[in-house]
Write a protein that binds this ligand. Structure first.
Ligand code: NAP
Ligand code: GDD
Length: 342
């Protein structure tokens, strides 16, 4: 089996590559051409994908229809996972058009190309809980109405409906995973969980004194990316294409993330966190909580990583990255100097 993963250099691209390679797939992973220092391949290196002979990295920008066509006609893909996106919600308020180009037009380019040249190829779209936005029910499932609160959410809604339309109009195997927030040590540094765990590690290693954040009241249903890419793969190996919510069903606040991350290194977050209006959004999503019943019953999917363990894993990873050995740090009673990982 041959899979194409767009947006392969992101968090989910790395985990999905590792999963599919482990299942014996040949994987072609793409992202747009960036500067030539190859730093965008870091995650793929860390999960061991780059050294696997069944993995090939190539460049492709989903906003360019001709390069999408060239890729899809150059070889046969059994399955395409479209993970490419401008995925940072705050940035979408600054660059709504660019966000829409990638997150909606890019999806149309892929769907059209599959329709024209490779109709039996299965297509996965990375839909998102951000589409639910301002919710008026306790737990969101596949039937919950959308009320997006950002240009990112609006573009993802449009893409979601396009996938549904290509499925109905052309009988294509096209489906969307409506994934709630998922994190890991490979999460982008701009997202709130990783910003906090990286900030904690910088405070411990004395590189900074505090962290500036926006609202601490937002609540999200946060799971682990490794579990969530498994959900994607399960959706793509069903007999019929269907959309699924992937979530844990448990909600926490930004304050909870702070509490866990700081107390893990023996500090009180109240002494280190300041609020900064620069990180507030013109309209935000106050609370999300997913109902993954359909994924549980039809796919047999279950999350395996506990929220607190995930945040601690991220703090430990960032301590290590900032030259503090987490084990020595705890054994020496919280001395970053004694635990310097040099
Ligand atoms: P991510 O880390 O931000 O990765 C996004 C990927 O898209 C990167 O490889 C990026 O390339 C690539 N990309 C950006 N512009 C592109 C373009 N014009 N053409 C092709 N590729 C482009 O995101 P993620 O967290 O892995 O999420 C994967 C997908 O799931 C995204 O579509 C996101 O919107 C969606 N999603 C994420 C979550 C979550 O909580 N993580 C939840 C629901 C849905 P560079 O590395 O070169 O920038
Ligand atoms: N990023 C960030 N930075 N968020 C902050 C900060 C800060 O300094 N302070 C508070 N927050 C709040 C945001 O306002 C938001 O309410 C919440 O923390 C989560 O923000 P993010 O981690 O940026 O994630 P997101 O929920 O906006 O979007 C992520 O999840 C979506 C799924 O619901 C992204 O991965 C999207 O691509 C994804 O679709």
């Amino acid at each position: 089996m041959h899979a194409l993963i767009t947006g392969v250099t992101g968090q989910d691209g790395a985990y999905l590559s590792a999963l599919l390679l482990g299942e014996g797939y040949q994987v072609t992973g793409t992202s747009p051409r960036r500067s030539s220092d190859n730093s965008n391949l870091r995650r793929l290196m860390e999960v061991g994908a780059l050294e696997n002979h069944k993995f090939k990295y190539d460049t492709m920008d989903v906003t360019c229809a001709s390069s999408v066509d060239a890729m899809i006609t150059s070889q046969h893909f059994d399955v395409i996972y479209n993970l490419a996106a401008q995925s940072y919600v705050a940035e979408s308020f600054v660059s709504p058009l660019a966000t829409t180009q990638i997150n909606y037009n890019g999806v149309l380019n892929l769907l059209e190309s599959i329709k024209k040249f490779s109709r039996e190829t299965r297509f996965y779209q990375a839909s998102t809980s951000e589409m639910f936005g301002l919710v008026d029910c306790e737990a969101q499932n596949e039937d919950t109405k959308f009320h997006p609160r950002s240009p990112y959410g609006v573009a993802k809604c449009a893409a979601h409906y396009a996938v549904q339309n290509y499925r109905e109009a052309y009988g294509m195997y096209a489906c969307s995973g409506i994934l709630f927030n998922h994190e890991s040590p490979h999460r982008g540094i701009e997202f709130v969980t990783r910003k906090i765990t990286d900030g904690v590690a910088k405070i411990v290693s004395k590189q900074r004194m505090d962290i500036s954040l926006g609202t601490l009241d937002s609540q999200r249903d946060w799971g682990h990316a490794r579990d969530y890419v498994r959900g994607m793969h399960m959706m793509m190996t069903q007999d019929r294409p269907e959309d699924f919510v992937i979530a844990t069903g448990v909600t926490h606040s930004v304050r909870d993330v702070l509490e866990i991350a700081f107390s893990h290194v023996g500090l009180d977050y109240r002494d280190y966190v300041e609020q900064d209006a620069r990180y507030m959004r013109p309209s935000d999503v106050p609370i999300l909580c997913g109902d993954p019943s359909k994924a549980r019953s039809k796919l047999g999917w279950e999350p395996t990583v506990d929220f607190e363990d995930m945040i601690k894993e991220m703090v430990d990873f960032d301590l290590f990255r900032h030259n503090v050995d987490p084990l020595k740090y705890f054994l020496t009673g919280g001395s970053a100097d004694a635990a310097a990982n040099r």
